[in-house]
Ligand binder design. Structure first.
Ligand SMILES: [Zn+2]
Length: 280
Protein backbone atom coordinates (compact mmCIF):
# COMPACT_ATOMS: atom_id res chain seq x y z
CA UNK A 1 0.00 0.00 0.00
CA UNK A 2 1.18 3.49 -0.76
CA UNK A 3 0.95 6.34 1.70
CA UNK A 4 1.56 9.92 0.70
CA UNK A 5 3.52 12.10 3.08
CA UNK A 6 2.35 15.29 1.48
CA UNK A 7 -0.10 16.54 -1.06
CA UNK A 8 2.85 17.11 -3.34
CA UNK A 9 3.86 13.45 -3.13
CA UNK A 10 0.31 12.49 -4.04
CA UNK A 11 0.39 14.83 -7.02
CA UNK A 12 3.79 13.49 -8.02
CA UNK A 13 2.43 9.97 -7.89
CA UNK A 14 -0.63 10.97 -9.90
CA UNK A 15 1.64 12.48 -12.52
CA UNK A 16 3.69 9.32 -12.55
CA UNK A 17 6.96 10.88 -11.43
CA UNK A 18 9.01 9.94 -8.40
CA UNK A 19 9.78 13.48 -7.28
CA UNK A 20 8.92 16.94 -8.46
CA UNK A 21 11.80 19.28 -9.16
CA UNK A 22 11.92 22.90 -8.07
CA UNK A 23 10.77 24.16 -11.44
CA UNK A 24 7.69 21.98 -11.48
CA UNK A 25 6.95 22.99 -7.90
CA UNK A 26 6.73 26.68 -8.74
CA UNK A 27 2.98 26.49 -9.30
CA UNK A 28 2.48 24.69 -6.00
CA UNK A 29 4.32 27.21 -3.85
CA UNK A 30 1.32 27.84 -1.61
CA UNK A 31 1.44 24.25 -0.37
CA UNK A 32 5.19 24.12 0.32
CA UNK A 33 6.26 23.16 3.82
CA UNK A 34 8.65 25.14 5.99
CA UNK A 35 11.77 24.43 7.98
CA UNK A 36 11.49 25.26 11.69
CA UNK A 37 14.45 27.63 12.10
CA UNK A 38 17.98 28.47 10.99
CA UNK A 39 20.99 29.02 13.24
CA UNK A 40 23.79 31.15 11.79
CA UNK A 41 27.29 30.29 13.00
CA UNK A 42 30.41 32.45 12.87
CA UNK A 43 32.64 30.17 10.81
CA UNK A 44 35.57 32.56 10.51
CA UNK A 45 36.59 35.83 8.94
CA UNK A 46 39.34 36.94 6.64
CA UNK A 47 41.19 40.11 5.73
CA UNK A 48 42.28 40.10 2.10
CA UNK A 49 45.00 42.42 0.81
CA UNK A 50 43.32 43.23 -2.49
CA UNK A 51 39.56 43.30 -3.13
CA UNK A 52 40.12 43.16 -6.90
CA UNK A 53 40.90 39.45 -6.61
CA UNK A 54 37.08 39.21 -6.49
CA UNK A 55 36.22 42.41 -8.42
CA UNK A 56 38.57 42.68 -11.43
CA UNK A 57 39.68 46.27 -12.00
CA UNK A 58 37.70 47.63 -9.05
CA UNK A 59 39.28 48.71 -5.74
CA UNK A 60 42.66 47.41 -6.87
CA UNK A 61 45.00 47.12 -3.90
CA UNK A 62 42.28 48.00 -1.39
CA UNK A 63 41.92 45.53 1.49
CA UNK A 64 38.57 43.90 2.17
CA UNK A 65 37.23 42.19 5.26
CA UNK A 66 35.06 39.15 4.68
CA UNK A 67 32.85 37.01 6.88
CA UNK A 68 32.47 33.23 6.67
CA UNK A 69 29.20 31.79 7.85
CA UNK A 70 27.76 28.34 8.36
CA UNK A 71 24.04 27.67 8.72
CA UNK A 72 22.18 24.90 10.55
CA UNK A 73 18.65 24.32 9.27
CA UNK A 74 16.30 22.57 11.68
CA UNK A 75 13.48 20.69 9.95
CA UNK A 76 10.97 18.29 11.48
CA UNK A 77 12.72 15.43 9.65
CA UNK A 78 16.30 16.31 10.53
CA UNK A 79 19.14 18.80 10.57
CA UNK A 80 21.01 20.16 7.57
CA UNK A 81 24.34 21.93 8.07
CA UNK A 82 25.14 24.24 5.17
CA UNK A 83 28.90 24.78 4.83
CA UNK A 84 31.47 24.14 7.56
CA UNK A 85 33.70 27.22 7.25
CA UNK A 86 37.37 27.55 8.01
CA UNK A 87 38.95 24.71 10.02
CA UNK A 88 38.25 24.94 13.76
CA UNK A 89 42.01 24.50 14.33
CA UNK A 90 42.54 28.11 13.19
CA UNK A 91 40.92 29.23 16.46
CA UNK A 92 44.19 28.23 18.17
CA UNK A 93 46.02 31.01 16.25
CA UNK A 94 44.60 34.32 17.53
CA UNK A 95 46.57 36.29 14.91
CA UNK A 96 45.17 34.12 12.15
CA UNK A 97 46.79 32.08 9.41
CA UNK A 98 47.58 32.74 5.76
CA UNK A 99 44.70 31.64 3.51
CA UNK A 100 43.75 31.72 -0.18
CA UNK A 101 47.34 31.19 -1.25
CA UNK A 102 48.53 34.10 0.89
CA UNK A 103 45.90 36.52 -0.42
CA UNK A 104 44.15 36.67 2.97
CA UNK A 105 44.66 36.21 6.67
CA UNK A 106 41.93 34.03 8.16
CA UNK A 107 40.81 33.95 11.78
CA UNK A 108 38.34 31.97 13.78
CA UNK A 109 36.99 33.64 16.91
CA UNK A 110 34.75 30.65 17.67
CA UNK A 111 34.80 27.00 16.64
CA UNK A 112 31.94 25.34 14.81
CA UNK A 113 32.04 22.47 17.33
CA UNK A 114 31.66 24.94 20.19
CA UNK A 115 28.75 26.76 18.57
CA UNK A 116 26.93 23.49 17.89
CA UNK A 117 27.45 22.43 21.53
CA UNK A 118 26.11 25.78 22.71
CA UNK A 119 22.73 25.02 21.11
CA UNK A 120 22.76 21.40 22.30
CA UNK A 121 23.54 19.76 18.96
CA UNK A 122 26.13 16.97 18.71
CA UNK A 123 27.81 16.42 15.34
CA UNK A 124 26.19 12.98 15.17
CA UNK A 125 22.75 14.67 15.33
CA UNK A 126 23.35 16.37 11.97
CA UNK A 127 21.56 14.40 9.27
CA UNK A 128 23.04 16.12 6.21
CA UNK A 129 26.15 18.23 5.73
CA UNK A 130 25.85 20.02 2.40
CA UNK A 131 28.53 22.37 1.15
CA UNK A 132 28.28 25.16 -1.38
CA UNK A 133 31.63 24.11 -2.87
CA UNK A 134 34.94 22.52 -1.97
CA UNK A 135 37.15 25.56 -1.26
CA UNK A 136 38.97 25.49 2.08
CA UNK A 137 36.82 28.15 3.76
CA UNK A 138 33.73 25.94 3.25
CA UNK A 139 34.94 22.38 3.87
CA UNK A 140 37.24 23.07 6.83
CA UNK A 141 35.33 20.87 9.27
CA UNK A 142 33.87 18.05 7.18
CA UNK A 143 35.81 15.55 9.30
CA UNK A 144 33.74 16.57 12.35
CA UNK A 145 30.70 14.77 10.90
CA UNK A 146 31.54 11.10 10.19
CA UNK A 147 27.95 10.02 10.97
CA UNK A 148 26.29 12.53 8.60
CA UNK A 149 25.52 12.20 4.91
CA UNK A 150 27.64 14.63 2.90
CA UNK A 151 25.88 16.29 -0.02
CA UNK A 152 27.85 17.46 -3.09
CA UNK A 153 27.11 18.01 -6.72
CA UNK A 154 28.68 15.15 -8.65
CA UNK A 155 30.55 17.70 -10.78
CA UNK A 156 32.07 19.31 -7.69
CA UNK A 157 33.04 16.00 -6.14
CA UNK A 158 34.75 14.82 -9.31
CA UNK A 159 36.54 18.16 -9.79
CA UNK A 160 37.85 18.36 -6.22
CA UNK A 161 38.26 14.76 -5.13
CA UNK A 162 38.30 12.57 -8.25
CA UNK A 163 41.19 10.16 -7.73
CA UNK A 164 42.46 12.19 -4.77
CA UNK A 165 42.29 11.82 -0.99
CA UNK A 166 39.10 13.26 0.56
CA UNK A 167 39.01 15.36 3.75
CA UNK A 168 36.58 12.81 5.24
CA UNK A 169 36.69 9.03 5.76
CA UNK A 170 36.44 6.80 2.69
CA UNK A 171 33.45 4.97 4.20
CA UNK A 172 31.45 8.16 4.77
CA UNK A 173 27.96 8.30 3.27
CA UNK A 174 28.03 10.72 0.34
CA UNK A 175 25.14 11.91 -1.82
CA UNK A 176 26.19 13.18 -5.26
CA UNK A 177 23.64 15.37 -7.00
CA UNK A 178 23.08 16.22 -10.64
CA UNK A 179 21.18 19.49 -10.20
CA UNK A 180 18.59 20.72 -7.70
CA UNK A 181 17.58 18.59 -4.72
CA UNK A 182 14.58 18.79 -2.38
CA UNK A 183 16.39 17.80 0.85
CA UNK A 184 13.46 16.68 3.03
CA UNK A 185 11.02 15.91 0.21
CA UNK A 186 8.49 18.61 1.07
CA UNK A 187 9.82 21.75 -0.63
CA UNK A 188 11.04 23.38 2.60
CA UNK A 189 14.78 23.12 1.92
CA UNK A 190 16.09 23.01 -1.64
CA UNK A 191 19.67 22.76 -2.85
CA UNK A 192 20.06 24.82 -6.04
CA UNK A 193 22.64 24.13 -8.71
CA UNK A 194 24.50 27.45 -9.23
CA UNK A 195 27.76 26.59 -11.05
CA UNK A 196 30.40 29.08 -12.11
CA UNK A 197 32.55 29.86 -9.09
CA UNK A 198 33.41 26.14 -9.20
CA UNK A 199 32.05 23.43 -11.55
CA UNK A 200 29.53 22.04 -9.05
CA UNK A 201 28.82 25.09 -6.91
CA UNK A 202 25.41 25.08 -5.20
CA UNK A 203 23.24 27.48 -3.20
CA UNK A 204 20.43 26.82 -0.71
CA UNK A 205 16.80 27.95 -0.55
CA UNK A 206 15.00 27.65 2.80
CA UNK A 207 11.36 28.42 3.56
CA UNK A 208 10.89 29.72 7.12
CA UNK A 209 7.65 30.29 9.02
CA UNK A 210 8.18 33.99 9.89
CA UNK A 211 10.98 35.17 7.61
CA UNK A 212 9.71 33.57 4.42
CA UNK A 213 12.15 32.38 1.79
CA UNK A 214 15.88 32.81 2.34
CA UNK A 215 18.52 32.19 -0.34
CA UNK A 216 21.98 31.33 0.94
CA UNK A 217 24.40 32.19 -1.82
CA UNK A 218 27.51 30.22 -1.00
CA UNK A 219 30.09 31.92 -3.24
CA UNK A 220 27.71 32.47 -6.17
CA UNK A 221 28.50 36.05 -5.11
CA UNK A 222 31.03 37.16 -2.48
CA UNK A 223 29.77 40.56 -1.35
CA UNK A 224 27.02 43.07 -1.98
CA UNK A 225 28.89 45.37 -4.37
CA UNK A 226 29.64 42.44 -6.67
CA UNK A 227 25.96 41.46 -6.54
CA UNK A 228 24.77 44.98 -7.37
CA UNK A 229 27.16 45.17 -10.33
CA UNK A 230 27.05 41.51 -11.43
CA UNK A 231 30.84 41.21 -11.20
CA UNK A 232 32.59 37.90 -11.70
CA UNK A 233 35.84 37.14 -9.85
CA UNK A 234 38.72 36.25 -12.16
CA UNK A 235 39.30 33.02 -10.21
CA UNK A 236 35.86 31.62 -11.11
CA UNK A 237 36.00 28.57 -13.35
CA UNK A 238 33.24 29.79 -15.70
CA UNK A 239 32.18 33.41 -16.19
CA UNK A 240 28.98 32.76 -18.19
CA UNK A 241 27.81 30.11 -15.72
CA UNK A 242 28.47 32.54 -12.86
CA UNK A 243 26.34 35.22 -14.51
CA UNK A 244 23.58 32.70 -15.24
CA UNK A 245 23.63 31.52 -11.62
CA UNK A 246 23.33 35.12 -10.39
CA UNK A 247 20.39 35.64 -12.77
CA UNK A 248 18.80 32.50 -11.40
CA UNK A 249 19.13 33.77 -7.82
CA UNK A 250 17.66 37.15 -8.86
CA UNK A 251 14.69 35.40 -10.48
CA UNK A 252 14.10 33.30 -7.35
CA UNK A 253 14.34 36.40 -5.14
CA UNK A 254 11.66 38.10 -7.23
CA UNK A 255 9.49 34.99 -7.45
CA UNK A 256 9.51 34.32 -3.68
CA UNK A 257 10.16 37.83 -2.33
CA UNK A 258 13.22 36.16 -0.82
CA UNK A 259 16.05 37.49 1.31
CA UNK A 260 19.58 37.01 -0.04
CA UNK A 261 22.14 35.95 2.56
CA UNK A 262 25.59 36.54 1.07
CA UNK A 263 27.94 34.23 2.93
CA UNK A 264 31.09 36.40 2.86
CA UNK A 265 29.51 39.89 3.06
CA UNK A 266 31.02 41.73 6.02
CA UNK A 267 28.35 44.44 6.27
CA UNK A 268 25.52 41.93 6.21
CA UNK A 269 27.32 40.07 8.98
CA UNK A 270 26.60 42.97 11.32
CA UNK A 271 22.84 42.53 10.82
CA UNK A 272 22.65 38.77 11.31
CA UNK A 273 21.47 37.29 14.60
CA UNK A 274 24.14 34.66 15.27
CA UNK A 275 23.63 31.48 17.29
CA UNK A 276 22.56 30.76 19.96
CA UNK A 277 19.85 33.03 18.55
CA UNK A 278 17.96 31.65 15.58
CA UNK A 279 15.92 32.88 12.65
CA UNK A 280 12.41 31.51 12.19
ZN1 LIG B 1 34.32 31.13 0.11
Amino acid sequence: MTTFRTIRDAIAAALGVATLGATMLAGLAATAAEAERVYVFDCGQSLARDQSRWSPGVNVGVPIQMAANCYLVRHARGLLLWDTGYPDAIAASPDGIAAAGGASVAKRLKTLAGQLAEIGVAPADVTFVAISHTHGDHVGNLALFPASTLVFQQAEYDWAYGGKPTPFPAEQKVMKLAGDHDVFGDGAVTILSTPGHTPGHQSLMVRLPKTGVVLMTGDAVHFRDNWDNARVPAMNVDREQTLASMRRLRDLMAQHNAQLWINHDWLQRQQIPYAPASVQ
